[in-house]
Design a protein around this ligand. Structure first.
Ligand code: ADP
Ligand code: MG
Length: 618
């Protein structure tokens, strides 16, 4: 007689349970998804001791029909599909009919439910897959499911459970993921009697983000809403300042199903290229709505992965969606708000200078005169600018006179001195205030003050220049009168020879000099500042050799970022007003002026309102 037998149904369910329910969080995931599939608007999850003592899930969804309750606990019992081809059109979270059977196989379950079209509810008790009782009861519309003694009959699995708080953390992660893709549902999560999460269900993603992540993140997110071919991408992405050093804040969904998908993650990250520092990852919640027939959701036991028919389209859709959100932000919500209505803005600034400058003792007549002058020049933006230039020249002359005659500076001149510091960088008009601590430049744009880190700003600027040089056919190279000779260690020499092309693309002219030395006869010609090219060269080697294995794909970026960092002015370096305004001018023309290539901010914004608040004026 042969040795092979067919396993009984209970054993099959227990084995299968291992695939879908390996810990409390996966039970919560399956059951909450069932509540969503049942059209619930309010879902409460309560657990005790990380879910190991019990899990209670309560929903106000459609409920089970009384004669469906028992069969729902059979393996492969589902109301969601009827035949294989339906899998292609699946819009529900579940479809395999495995979850209830799997959960019931390894725990004690008590379910109370009433279907929306029925008057009386049902209460079913199942233990280790065996139905203990089935009664009719009075019950609210919807379903409550109570699961206790998880894995009590599968000790091997029980042993794999982690500490209570770790399991509770996993449960929280599951609820966060689901809540973020279902802002129309109100979720409540209670752990050991304490409410941890409670979302409003007002159908606004921002509300869910606020509740889950708090104010800091909420105030630094941008809306994503983009369609590309047949794909719709929605969600929210964070400004670079809320990036993190892990991918924990990257949430990706396909048709609201949370997935861990490489294509989605890499397209999001690609869109952030140069906006984030090395090893920084964005905050992103991205949902891809795509025709169900072009994806396969049946490739992973917990449905955490999906296969796309056309990966490239998905990649591009997400990439453009995120990029677009970030760019619109650059244009519209730039901290350096573009003075699009230039003339009006200028008028205001002039008026304010007269009215609020405490040193100004000029008479009202003067104010009126000044205002009417401005009104005349308002007609065309160009006019206004040319007038400023004219005024600047005029004022300059005045000042020279004042200084040479050594008369004491009149209040009017002080005011004039303020005025000549109105600068224009493309469309952005700013007022140069000065430099503090030999490190920070202070400017004013409309009713905001900016403290700019001169090193970070310069670094970002040079990075862009090095990058242009890197990709352009004609290199900006400065030949050195006396070539620099650099002795290197063996592995350093090897690194240089393997990466010669990178150095050359950056504008270096190199030549192997002997076994362990290189001769540099040309260097990138990017900045007017005195740069120590030898140490720059060595820094690149250090920076890239230290990490080129893991970060190989970022090599170009690291090359350029290191060059920029080394070439940029440092903190604690006194710059002249001309140097400062030149830097600010160029900086304000950049597309990404907010962060240096390493992801640190280049400027800090303080609004007039904030200052007024500090002084108790508002
Ligand atoms: P699936 O979700 O793959 O269909 P499950 O084992 O998770 O399989 O659930 C089996 C069936 O039980 C579902 O198809 C659904 O009809 C019903 N069901 C499960 N949970 C709920 C719920 N909370 N409310 C209403 N019906 C439910
Ligand atoms: Mg299910």
């Amino acid at each position: 007689m042969g040795n092979i037998v067919l396993l009984d149904e209970n054993t099959i369910n227990k084995i299968a349970a291992g695939e879908v329910v390996d810990r409390p969080s996966s039970i919560v995931k399956e059951l909450v998804e069932n509540s969503i599939d049942a059209n619930a608007k309010n879902i409460t999850v309560e657990i005790k001791n990380g879910g190991i003592s019990y899990i209670k899930i309560n929903d106000d969804g459609d409920g089970f029909r009384s004669d469906d309750v028992e069969i729902a606990f059979e393996r492969h019992a589902t109301s969601k599909i009827r035949q294989e081809s339906d899998i292609l059109k699946i819009t529900s979270m579940g479809f395999r009919g495995e979850a209830l059977a799997s959960v019931a196989a390894i725990s004690k379950v008590s379910l109370s439910t009433r279907h929306k079209d029925e008057d009386v509810g049902t209460k079913l008790v199942v233990e280790a897959g065996n139905i203990i009782s089935n009664e009719r009861t009075a019950s609210n519309k919807g379903t409550s499911i109570y699961i206790k003694d998880i894995f009590y009959n599968t000790p091997a699995r029980f042993k794999f459970l982690k500490k209570d708080y770790t399991e509770a953390g996993y449960v929280e992660d599951v609820i966060i993921r689901i809540a973020l893709s279902n802002p129309h549902i109100s979720f409540k999560y209670i752990n050991n009697g304490k409410t941890i999460i409670s979302t409003s269900g007002d159908n606004k993603l921002e509300s869910a983000i606020y509740t889950i992540f708090g104010k800091e993140i909420y105030s630094n997110i941008l809306n994503v809403d983009y369609s590309y071919k047949d794909i719709i991408v929605t969600g929210a992405v964070g400004l670079p300042q809320i990036s993190r050093s892990t991918r924990n804040n990257e949430f990706t969904y396909i048709n609201t199903r949370f997935v861990k998908d490489k294509i989605l993650k890499s397209s999001i990250e690609k869109a952030y290229t140069e906006k984030l520092g090395i090893n920084k990852f964005p905050f992103a919640i991205i949902n891809v709505k795509i025709n169900t027939e072009t994806i396969d959701v049946n490739v992973h036991p917990a449905k955490l992965e999906v296969k796309f028919e056309n990966e490239k389209d998905v990649f591009e859709a997400v990439y453009f969606a995120v990029k677009n959100a970030l760019e619109i932000n650059n244009r519209e919500h730039s901290p350096f708000t573009i003075a699009s209505k230039g003339e009006v803005q200028i008028e205001k600034q002039y008026v304010q200078a007269f009215q609020y400058n405490p040193i100004n003792t000029g008479s009202n007549e003067e104010i009126i005169k000044a205002n009417s002058n401005i009104n005349d020049t308002q007609k065309e933006e160009e006019n206004v600018f040319s007038n400023i230039d004219k005024n600047v020249n005029q004022f300059n002359e005045n000042m020279v006179v004042e200084y040479t005659t050594e008369t004491k500076i009149q209040p009017k001149e002080i005011y004039i001195k303020d005025e000549i510091q109105m600068y224009k960088s493309d469309e952005i008009i700013y007022n140069y205030i000065g430099q503090v601590f030999d490190t920070y430049i202070i400017i004013q744009i409309k009713d905001k003050m900016y403290i700019i880190d001169q090193h970070a700003a310069h670094e970002r600027l040079l990075y862009e220049k090095f990058k242009d040089n890197f990709y352009s056919k004609t290199k900006e190279t400065q030949m050195l009168m006396i070539p620099i000779l650099i002795e290197l260690k063996n592995n350093e020499c090897e690194f240089v020879s393997n990466n010669l092309e990178y150095f050359e693309n950056c504008g270096f002219i190199l030549e192997a000099f002997s076994n362990n030395a290189y001769k540099i006869s040309g260097v990138p010609n990017i900045s007017d500042l005195d740069i120590d090219y030898k140490s720059m060269f060595l820094d690149i080697i250090d920076e890239l050799m230290g990490s080129n294995k893991t970060e190989y794909k970022n090599k170009e970026f690291r090359f350029l970022a290191t060059l920029a960092c080394k070439a940029a002015v440092k903190g604690n370096m006194k710059l002249t007003k001309e140097e400062n305004t030149k830097l600010v001018d160029e900086m304000l023309k950049l597309e990404n002026p907010f962060t240096c290539p390493h992801g640190r901010p280049t400027a800090y914004e303080i609004s007039k309102y904030e200052i007024e608040r500090k002084f108790g004026r508002k």
